[in-house]
Design a protein around this ligand. Sequence first.
Ligand SMILES: [Zn+2]
Length: 374
Amino acid sequence: MFTWVFPSTVTVGVSAELDGGLCVMAMSMEKSDEFKEREIYDYVKLSELPKFIDLNEEVQRLVKTCSWWDLYGVDWLITCTAFGLVGASLLLMKSPSLLFIGLGIFIYGCCQSLFAIRNGHAALHNAMCSSRSWNRFWSFFFSDICGSFHADLGYDIHIKSHHPHTNIVGHGDSSTWKVPFLPAYTYMFVAPLLVPIITIPVVMQGLWGQWTRMARFITLGSVGLYINFYLLMNVSGFTFKGALLATVLSRMVLSIPYIHVNIFQHIGLPMYSMKNRPKKIYQMSNGVLNLPRNPVLDYCFGHSIISCHVEHHLFPQLSDNMCLKIKPIVSKFLRENGLPYHEDTYTNRMFFFLNKYSELMVQAPPITHFVGIQ
Ligand SMILES: [Zn+2]
């Protein structure tokens, strides 16, 4: 159970959770102006704050007992299964039956998300295998070739900014996901469908001026699209226009939940100032939320993005299967040490965002200052 922090009810996200625990007091400032009204102070006894090093020791003890199969093999089996399912989906799309074509597009889209989102993300974190060089290779393969998104741009946005600065206002605060001029229902259910269409222009804009990276993206992205169109036209028998339509529709299959999970996991939780940022374990336990397991999203986006997002932010180098394995250790450690372990259902989060869209997605978030007491 956790308490949300709304701009209009500035007191006290974390303190309710930590009553009698770490957080001595969290209070709203005097309402001298609108900005001040949005500031929250978390006073935390540093001597009682659990140390990340202790949690890390427990997790590494488990990791050392794990085989290659646990560390990487399970995830590679899922990837290989997805390659097989791509073949099956191409054959389904060859059918004259609209039902089979629709099913084929759905499976093809799920596999594309698995390659581009789940594996592209894991490779950026060096979580696909033990070799850094091979992870780099796989990041180009899954991100650029399968996902039409440049791996190095993903690295800059996700690894260099979002992870170290999770929920730090102006840095990793997920504000890039906000499109404040859009009404709630349009943002939540219509705009995500444009993701497959705007991905390439967004990447080109992000790479503007970085010509080597752009040349690499154009080369790899073109190879990926060529293979995609070749398969759809030669195996499924589509015309070019049909293949284009199948490509766009398949990439739309999970684009709505993709946007949803990206905003559900961080926005609405405490946002910290760079100046008074908390210790890592406090930052991640307060600023990250897990969704429940889901048979489609677990595999297409990965456990590290769905039910083990807290674990992923604390141990980003671990594969999806390993995140699932360390989940009991992490949740127990945080709870026993009086820190929040945020969990909520997909539908709860969806209605929460629809009801509080203006506060969460249009207005600036309240800023929480971490004040460590010696
Ligand atoms: Zn990540």
